[in-house]
Ligand binder design. Structure first.
Ligand SMILES: [Zn+2]
Length: 405
């Protein structure tokens, strides 16, 4: 999958007032053979509409227009800020300057732990938050389901993008910077969804901009908790990690998605330029030595963590025997121990994904019946016990890649 524009050739503007109406259109377009990757409720859908069904899509109730090229902002000015933001992000994809920038990334193909570059953060709970064991032993997808808001990456996902600003000008964003963030996040997540069409991933975006009364220069105890808690309070939630979890669950219910997570973007000083622990990703806007044009891949990497995938670059001190994700699969593409390491978004700044990461995300179909294991009642193919034992022994001795894919 070479670039994030893959699988995306149409923007559809709806005459919808609610997310439910938008959701109905997603289903109707997909029934006709289209594929919706991004929803900016309630009026904008972005995805792939094959030319042969274009007329049928245009004829659907509540479809106002379908676009394949750059859109004049004046055309959408009356449709609200969500639509304008979505169209700006869409238009950006047609810029030759951007394409040149993206094809000449200084960090192209580098390990996320490359010397001379800022380190991405390990997946660990913030202070005072308890790490949970296996991702939701009993999980039901869908609104009101289990507490786990991102057990595996199959289905609809609410993306709560929150730009957190301080009062000082150095901690704020311009409108253009906000657009850049939305576009980069959408590009990264669009790529992730298009890696596996069978997972039917659709991202539902809500973008918020929150200004908090926090200033690291006045507060010696300043940390992520300081601004994140203040941001949750601004959004009407308890100023705590529990408040964040509640917010993420509530947005899942409100948008009717299977899953939900938050992406905080800020200019406040951070522990690492990017890190994740369910249910939130934190991104430093300046990407600390990488570039803003790498925010798409960094977002894809961190979103993979949210859905259970592990780091694979050597500096993360990964271990091939450690198990991850809903399916509890070994981290067999870890650079430190894989017999043959292959490039992957979890190890390098590249548009590639290895089979282990796919399995961590839940994209494994053990019995080949077309249903991914997390949704399959009978996923396991029975094998003689002694073959299982032999395989495990070989994996343990490092003689062959660990099984589990
Ligand atoms: Zn990572």
């Amino acid at each position: 999958m070479p670039n994030p524009s893959a699988g995306r050739n149409a923007l559809v503007i709806l005459d919808a007032e609610t997310v439910q109406a938008a959701l109905t259109l997603v289903q109707e377009i997909e029934r006709l053979g289209g594929r919706v990757l991004h929803v900016h409720p309630p009026r904008v859908l972005i995805g792939n509409v094959p030319p042969e069904v274009e007329d049928q899509v245009k004829a659907l109730a509540n479809v106002r227009s379908l676009h394949r090229k750059r859109i004049e902002l004046s055309e959408v000015a009356s449709l609200g800020p969500e639509a304008i933001r979505a169209v700006r992000a869409w238009n950006r994809g047609f810029s030759a300057a951007l394409r040149a920038l993206k094809s000449g990334r200084p960090g192209e193909g580098k390990s996320w732990g490359a010397p001379g570059y800022a380190a991405e953060g390990p997946v660990q709970p913030p202070p005072g938050v308890e790490a949970r064991g296996r991702d939701a032993a009993s999980v039901e997808a869908g609104p009101g389901g289990a507490d786990d808001t991102s057990a595996y990456l199959i289905g609809k996902v609410a993306v709560n993008l929150i730009l957190v600003e301080g009062e000082a000008p150095s901690y704020t964003f311009t409108a253009m910077e906000q657009d850049t963030v939305v576009a980069e996040v959408q590009d990264g997540l669009g790529w992730l969804a298009s890696v596996e069409p069978k997972a039917n991933v659709t991202w539902f975006y809500e973008v918020r901009r929150v200004r908090v009364d926090a200033d690291p220069s006045r507060d010696p105890a300043f940390s992520e908790d300081t601004w994140r808690d203040a941001a949750m309070a601004e959004l009407g939630y308890p100023a705590s990690w529990a408040g964040l979890e509640q917010f993420v669950r509530d947005r899942r219910t409100a948008l009717g998605t299977d899953w939900s997570f938050a992406i905080f973007v800020t200019r406040f000083p951070l522990w690492h330029f990017a890190y994740a622990f369910k249910p939130r990703v934190v991104l430093g806007f300046d990407m600390d030595g990488w570039g803003i044009d790498d925010m798409d891949r960094v977002t894809a990497h961190e979103a993979c963590h949210i859905f259970g995938a592990a780091d694979e670059y050597a500096e993360s001190k990964c271990d091939c025997r450690e198990r991850f994700g809903f399916l509890q699969v070994e981290n067999g593409n870890c650079e430190l121990c894989a017999p043959t390491h292959v490039p992957c978004i979890m190890s390098h700044n590249t548009w590639a994904m290895c089979d282990y990461t796919r399995a961590h995300l839940g994209w494994r179909d053990s019995n080949g019946d077309g249903i991914f294991d997390p949704l399959d009642r009978h996923p396991v193919v029975r094998r003689p016990w002694w073959i299982e034992l032999l395989d495990r022994l070989r994996a343990w001795l490092g003689l062959s890649p660990a099984r589990g894919l």
